[in-house]
Design a protein around this ligand. Structure first.
Ligand SMILES: [Cu+2]
Length: 144
């Protein structure tokens, strides 16, 4: 009798646990932009100011998220995986030791405050068209 009561309690607790964990306990599905073979998905993402965007490398190859510095909105903070404060520094670090690489299953995130368009690239795959754009707007399109 005691054992049955125990099992029933565990059973109902785990159902509650599953319902409450969507998103938080499954980090590999909790991201905004996936990095595929040579592509960011989606390529263009619109968000409201103050949104934290999360990239996840869903691919076996290493990638980077590196902002095009000259194209950022006025007053916007520079962003790049590896934490570099300029595009030049990010490219140099990649060239000398692949610093800033996001490996398979790893994430990178950045919070966007200033409205405008933020084009960015993946350093090793830029020439193959692996580029993307974050658009920060008060009226984002719902496509994601
Ligand atoms: Cu890439």
């Amino acid at each position: 009798m005691e054992r049955r009561a125990f099992l029933r309690a565990v059973g109902s607790a785990s159902v509650v646990g599953l319902a409450g964990c969507i998103g938080s306990s499954r980090p590999n599905t909790d991201y905004d932009i996936g990095m595929g073979a040579k592509v960011f998905r989606p390529e263009r993402l619109e968000v409201t100011p103050g949104t934290t965007v999360t990239w996840l490398n869903t691919n076996k190859q290493g990638h980077s998220v590196t902002a095009y510095e000259a194209s950022l909105p006025d007053g916007a903070e520079y962003f790049a995986s590896g934490g570099f404060d300029s595009e030049e520094a990010a490219r140099e670090a990649w060239g000398s030791g692949s610093d800033g690489t996001i490996f398979e299953g790893q994430q990178y995130e950045h919070t966007f405050e200033v409205r405008g368009e933020y084009p960015y690239l993946c350093i090793p795959h830029e020439s193959m068209g692996m580029v993307g754009t974050i658009v920060v707007t008060d009226d984002p399109a719902t496509e994601e």
